[in-house]
Design a protein around this ligand. Structure first.
Ligand code: ADP
Ligand code: MG
Length: 507
């Protein structure tokens, strides 16, 4: 390691963006050999703080001390020279390069015109063995699974002799097994004197892996705790600012007739490759069927095919006894099917339209909002006002363009619009991705409420906690097929094995 880092301290860091105080006098420190978790909701200021430490942003106020000495970190190269490495939320690898090329990238020695790739390769293999980060140095990055790409990012930082490693939401893209493997690696790193900053908004992970935890809310430090001396409930309260309900009582599903019946469905992805393969499943009234799976296993294509936005190449989709396979979206909507799309900003709303206009999308041709193709603006406004109020959508006015709202509020608006049509079947794809805890909780409650009122809900989510919390049954999707349908009390590692394609079952 270049500098052995004993302590890194951020002192009273303030960072302003136009109209946003992203970090407000934040102090934070990390010591060698520890994992310090940085916990907070979306938008709390975690990434900003770490980008300051990594030299990507300059603070408006405050200073950084390494081993008690003030340092200036103006660029990521400065950070690396100080022994600080960062694995970003979105990887920064070049997909068409090999692993070794990515790791050697930008490290050409000043003497030799070419980096000696063989020696880099050797070091990668050694580091990989030492820390449990095995990956083929000759593989092209685009061919690697997301978990492996993350290993490459970590290896890259270690290869550059990072002593402090910042991991920004590293588990967001991993299966439960991969999370376990990552945690083993992290422990090996602290055993060899590295310090780690682990960013997350998942309480159980923070409880499991960290030595200390600092909670950020609205750009400020709420507190720092020794992990052993706190618990999930306290951390949740610190994070959100009030008690959080995370468990609901679930009445037993008593449905006998399937509202949605999918039989041997097949569909292609955007590259014309099979994405949904001969898939069958049923969802009953009063039931949430959760689809768990690692991103890219056909979940998106499944949802789009049901919604009529993608062509089925085989099989059938039957809703309340009616065959809706390859019907137009409008027909599907008319058959009382609602859809909360994964691509909220492109498929769920029209960005530049106002809240009011978005509130009536899809329904605008229906009475009582339109009479003789003329819109009844008074009724539209009243309807929008009601949705905004009933679903707690925080918007300055009804005429605000939706692109100005936060993700959580846009999602509430979409949900309001879709549920207000009283559908029999709801397809909810990643309904809380990128949404803060408060809105997530709200959306979850609404889904449960609708389920209890008789709706059949197909919930597609990459957030396993969400699937576990809401589903009456869980179907695991792997490579376009259902790897198994299991009860919601199935152990997480079992689900993980199924999600990774290592196990199949039916119950
Ligand atoms: N480059 C930027 N320009 C303007 N605003 C930003 C920028 N980066 C982050 N923000 C804002 O700063 C706040 C904190 O964001 P961020 O640090 O990304 O939070 P977190 O990582 O905890 O989700 C948010 O309100 C976000 O919209
Ligand atoms: Mg972030």
């Amino acid at each position: 390691m270049t500098t052995t880092i004993q302590t890194v301290a951020l002192k009273s860091i303030t960072k302003r963006f136009p109209g946003v105080l992203a970090n407000d006098r934040v102090s934070f420190d990390v010591r060698s050999g520890e994992i310090h978790a940085l916990l907070g909701e979306n938008g709390a200021g975690k990434s900003t703080l770490m980008k300051i430490l990594y030299g990507l942003y300059q603070p408006n106020e405050g200073e950084i001390l390494i081993n008690d000495q003030p340092v200036k970190i103006k660029t990521p190269s400065d950070a690396m020279r100080q022994g600080i490495g960062m694995v970003h939320q979105h990887f920064q690898l070049v997909p068409t390069f090999t692993v070794v090329e990515n790791i050697a990238l930008g490290l050409k020695s000043s003497r030799a015109p070419l980096t000696d790739l063989d020696s880099v390769k050797k070091q990668i293999v050694e580091l990989g063995e030492q820390y449990g980060l095995r990956v083929d140095p000759n593989a092209l990055v685009w061919q690697l699974a997301v978990g492996q790409q993350q290993r490459v990012e970590i290896l890259k930082a270690l290869y550059r002799q990072a002593s402090l490693l910042i991991l920004d939401e590293p588990t967001a893209v991993l299966t439960p097994q991969e999370v376990d493997e990552l945690f083993t690696t992290l422990r090996k790193l602290t055993d060899t004197g590295h310090s780690l900053i682990f960013i997350s908004h998942k309480l159980h992970e923070v409880m499991k892996i960290s030595d200390r935890v600092t909670v950020l809310r609205d750009g400020r430090v709420v507190g720092t705790k020794a992990t052993k001396e706190t618990n999930q409930k306290e951390l949740a309260r610190m994070m959100v600012g009030r008690d959080v309900v995370t468990v609901w009582d679930k009445p037993i599903c008593s449905a006998d007739t399937a509202v949605l019946r999918i039989e041997k469905l097949s569909a292609l992805n955007d590259k014309d490759l099979p994405a949904v393969r001969n898939l069958s499943l049923q969802v009953c009234a009063n039931e949430i069927l959760g689809i768990a799976g690692v991103s890219g296993n056909g979940q998106r294509e499944l949802a789009e095919t049901i919604a009529g936005l993608r062509r089925a190449t085989g099989g059938s989709i039957i809703v309340n006894g009616r065959n809706l396979t390859n019907c137009a979206p409008a027909e599907i909507i008319a058959a009382q099917v609602a859809f909360i799309p994964e691509e909220r900003m492109t498929m769920g709303v029209i960005r530049d339209f106002t809240v009011q206009e978005n509130a009536i999308l899809e329904t605008h041709a229906d009475a009582p909002l339109a009479r003789n193709t003329l819109f009844d603006f008074k009724k539209i406004a009243a309807h929008a006002t009601k949705l905004v109020r009933d679903y707690d959508v925080k918007t300055p006015t009804l005429d605000t363009p939706v692109k100005a709202l936060s993700g959580g509020n846009i999602q509430k608006l979409i949900m309001a619009r879709e549920l207000e049509r009283h559908p029999k079947l709801l397809i909810a794809a990643q309904p809380t991705r990128g949404v803060d805890i408060g809105a997530t909780e709200y959306i979850h409650k609404r889904l449960i409420e609708q389920r209890n009122a008789g709706m059949a809900i197909l919930l597609i989510s990459e957030d396993l906690d969400e699937v576990l919390a809401l589903s009456d049954r869980i179907a695991v999707m792997y490579e376009g097929e259902i790897a198994g349908i299991v009860a919601p009390n199935t152990p997480v590692d079992e689900l993980g094995l199924m999600m990774a394609g290592a196990k199949r079952m039916q119950s």
